[in-house]
Design a protein. Structure first.
Length: 422
């Protein structure tokens, strides 16, 4: 594809797919969106650290700057938030990384993050949550947290099927639901907003399949399906049913064990075959407390979209906050890495934001490319830098005797640590 407002690195090569397997050159072209708000600070800082770690392990990624949000409006025009060139660049090169993008509350354009996930069918949002030594946490034993959440990424209430109060469209839907579907008297009188919550067999099963495969490949003991199926029986409850079907029907019994009635049974009451991954169900509201009270009992969580958003953020709080929480979106031979946190526009351009989450999201991208040694180096360098007390303002104010660094200074410090560790 030819690009109008995007420069393609001439000395880079594409990541390709042959026989279903990624073919990764040593100099892959990687599209990068710095992001809105603090993205202008953390984007370049993360890119610097990722390049340093890659070079230290014998690779040379070529960064391809693409645009979304404010940077797209500046470059393409005020009405363009997500240019076709950006979407096609990620589609063509198969991997990308992005900083935070602003989503207006209420009125305005819809989430660009959701748009990218749906357009590219990035159906699994994966967020590893693990403790880094030296990070202040509200928990007594934050090191017990080592959990990976798999959030379905393309449907549920995030599908965007909704109608605004006071419109002709919402009244048509209301009339149909009340008169044709016999739900008269359920909704309150007066203005009302309505939305649909689609949860499909396809979306549920492929997400749960990804979570189970991850658990097997990474020697995890348990996959927990998290939903509110006791109330939303035909959406979230069906997610649980379809997920347990995957565990029960698609894997050998000695490899995956679908725990019977696990929604109501305690884990220690279930007889699990030795070395098998246990798949269980838990209610979403109860899971919010179990994550705090029994943190070390959970390995991999799989859940519908909205639950995944809430629970992964709550998990991030246990290890020190969203400023250090990484994430990535995966589809069929495709990866878009992104941090969990927002764009914090009040802090934009002040060289004070914490780039750790974006750096660790880049670690996920590199591991997807098969660069596990680069990923390990990134984690070790970040952890050693934080442990030494050289941190950005958000952590410095919580650590006695810490040295406050700006975003760029912090990136420089991590790069120096990479040189020492490599």
């Amino acid at each position: 594809m030819s690009y109008d407002k995007v420069e393609v690195p001439e000395d880079g090569e594409k990541v390709t797919v042959e026989d279903g397997e990624l073919q990764v050159p040593g100099n892959p072209v990687i599209p990068i969106i710095h992001g809105d708000g603090i993205g202008q600070d953390v984007g370049p800082a993360a890119q610097q650290v990722l390049q340093k770690a890659a070079e230290a392990t014998g690779r040379d990624p070529k960064w391809m700057r693409v645009y979304a949000g404010q940077s797209a409006r500046d470059r393409y025009g005020e009405d363009v938030n997500l240019p076709d060139e950006t979407v096609e660049a990620i589609r063509e090169h198969r991997v990308a990384i992005k900083g935070p993008l602003t989503t207006p509350v209420g009125a305005g354009y819809r989430s660009l993050n959701v748009a990218l996930r749906q357009t590219l069918d990035l159906y699994a949002n994966v967020r590893p949550t693990y403790y880094l030594d030296g990070v202040p946490s509200p928990m007594k034993a934050p090191e017990e947290m080592d959990m990976v959440t798999f959030r379905e990424n393309t449907e549920d209430v995030y599908a965007g099927i909704e109608w605004e109060a006071g419109t002709e469209e919402v009244e048509k839907v209301r009339e149909f639901v009340e008169d044709e579907m016999d739900f008269d008297g359920v909704m309150h009188e007066g203005p009302i907003g309505l939305g649909l919550k689609p949860i499909s067999e396809k979306g549920s099963k492929r997400l749960v399949r990804e979570a189970i495969d991850y658990a097997i490949e990474n020697d995890r003991d348990k996959v927990t399906l998290v939903h509110k199926g006791n109330i939303m029986k035909f959406t979230e409850g069906q997610f649980g049913t379809w997920g347990m079907e995957v565990a029960d029907e698609e894997y050998p019994d000695d490899e995956v064990f679908a725990a019977p009635d696990s929604l109501w049974e305690e884990q220690d009451e279930v007889d699990i075959p030795e070395d098998a991954v246990m798949v269980e169900e838990r209610l979403a509201d109860a899971m919010l407390q179990w994550m705090q009270l029994r943190t070390d009992e959970f390995d991999v969580l799989a859940m519908p979209n909205l639950n995944g958003d809430y629970l992964s953020d709550a998990a991030g709080a246990q290890i020190g906050g969203l400023g250090i929480a990484p994430g990535a979106n995966f589809g069929e031979n495709r990866c878009l890495a992104e941090p969990v946190h927002g764009s914090a526009p009040k802090r934009a351009g002040q060289d004070m934001a914490n780039p750790t989450a974006l750096i660790l999201s880049g670690r996920l991208l590199f591991e997807y490319l098969g660069w596990d040694d680069t990923g390990t180096l990134i984690r070790d360098a970040v952890e050693e830098t934080i442990s030494s007390g050289k941190v950005t303002y958000d952590l410095e104010r919580q650590i006695e005797g810490a040295e406050k660094l700006g975003t760029s200074e912090y990136a420089d410090e991590i790069c120096e640590t990479i040189e020492e560790l490599a």
